[in-house]
Design a protein around this ligand. Structure first.
Ligand code: KG4
Ligand code: ZN
Length: 361
């Protein structure tokens, strides 16, 4: 089985071919990602109209490149899977309409994929993980802990009540005059800073409600920066280090709670695992905090390679394969209308105030 995947929900234009052979591990035959960072850098964030236009311009070539890299003709593909939400609606329309056109013209099956499902199932593509497991998704648009029980069977255990974690990194960077995207630059500056200089709050730490919050921390950073302005390079480094350590601490507290709950809900699970996904998972301080936490709770820590943690189309193609295998492909996909909001778990109520951008996952 071979599936062509298309991803255009935010600022990456991506296409990929993933194959699965009977009795063998799945294979990523190609994985082409074009980042639009340069187009958006001047604005300090993703501009939806620019993103949609850039997808229109690039997508055909990216799909051609993905097929060529995989040495695959369209005729050899079994289905076309495209991200249909959640995300910036302009980009979603570009990707899904292109996929519909390809499917209609070639007579292939169409799969309308939830981007979050792509992130949720990646660890099965890379590590062959079996259900159930926990997913921590930390990106520019989402901060969630999700119980992954099966294909199409997800339960959100925690989400942010205000900013996403990547957003908090990006806003902190902007306040301190560091370039976009802020996360990597905050991490770089933090390496030279003193994490104990500023006692920033650890939002939600110790609370019985399972969710995340980062806006109070952002405010504390702003106050600290204003009170000692003008900032020297050392001040910036110290603020970044103190911010990062507050984030890791708060995140660790929330995740520890979920690990304990998983143990209670699945006492017989022999190899419980925590998977991380999203751009923030690249952060070394956060990674090492999670690694230690997993070790002390007897959990396996699974971090797919960086290129598969951030937005890509291999995860979309793979989610398509998983859906086909599980007999869960939607026969009405050709009528699917892109959804800018599309929770993985329709049971958990939306959290008021969450997802300011709501676009990235
Ligand atoms: O998953 P991603 O590439 O895109 C989406 O949000 O969908 O995540 C991007 C986010 C940005 O907010 C970026 O600042 C953050 O991930 N990020 C980091 C690091 N690398 C990227 N945050 C902290 N430390 C990093 N090393
Ligand atoms: Zn994403």
């Amino acid at each position: 089985m071979r599936v062509l995947g298309i991803e255009t929900s935010c600022d990456e234009t991506a296409a990929s071919v993933v194959g699965l052979r009977e009795g063998a591990a799945p294979e990523i035959l190609s994985n082409v990602v074009l980042s639009q960072i340069e187009e958006h850098a001047a604005f300090g964030g993703v501009v939806p109209e620019i993103a949609a236009r850039a997808h229109v311009e690039a997508l055909d070539g990216i799909i051609e490149a993905a097929l060529a890299d995989a040495d695959t003709r369209l005729a050899d593909v079994d289905a076309v899977a495209a991200t249909a939400g959640p995300g910036l609606v302009g980009g979603l329309i570009v990707g899904l309409m292109t996929a519909k056109a390809i499917a209609a013209a070639s007579g292939k099956q169409l799969l309308a994929i939830n981007h979050l499902e792509g992130h949720a199932l990646t660890a099965r593509l890379t590590d062959g993980l079996s259900f159930p497991y926990l997913l921590l998704l930390v990106s520019g648009g989402h901060t969630q802990i999700v119980l992954v029980r099966g294909v199409g069977d997800y339960q959100r255990w925690a989400t942010t009540i205000d900013d996403a974690l990547g957003e908090a990194f990006d806003k902190t960077a902007k306040m301190l005059g560091l370039a976009y995207p802020g996360g990597p630059n905050v991490e770089k500056a933090a390496a030279k800073g003193d994490p104990a200089r500023f006692a920033f709050p650890r939002p939600m730490k110790g609370e019985s409600r399972p969710d995340f919050s980062f806006s109070g921390l952002k405010t504390a950073v702003r106050q600290a920066a204003t009170s000692i302005a003008p900032l020297s390079d050392q001040d910036v480094a110290d603020i970044c280090a103190s911010f990062q350590s507050a984030v890791a601490d708060a995140l660790g507290d929330r995740v520890a709670r979920a690990l304990v709950r998983f143990r209670e809900d699945y006492p017989d699970s022999e190899a419980p695992a925590l998977v991380v996904a999203g751009g923030v998972a690249a952060n070394r301080k956060i990674r090492s905090t999670l690694e230690e936490l997993c070790a002390s709770h007897g959990f396996r820590f699974v971090a797919p390679p960086h290129a598969l943690c951030t937005d890509n189309a291999a995860m979309i193609a793979w989610a398509g394969i998983e859906r086909l295998q599980a007999g869960l492909a939607d026969p009405d996909a050709m009528d699917f209308v892109p959804r800018s909001r599309w929770p993985l778990d329709s049971v958990s109520a939306p959290v008021v105030g969450s997802g300011r951008r709501g676009a990235k996952a």
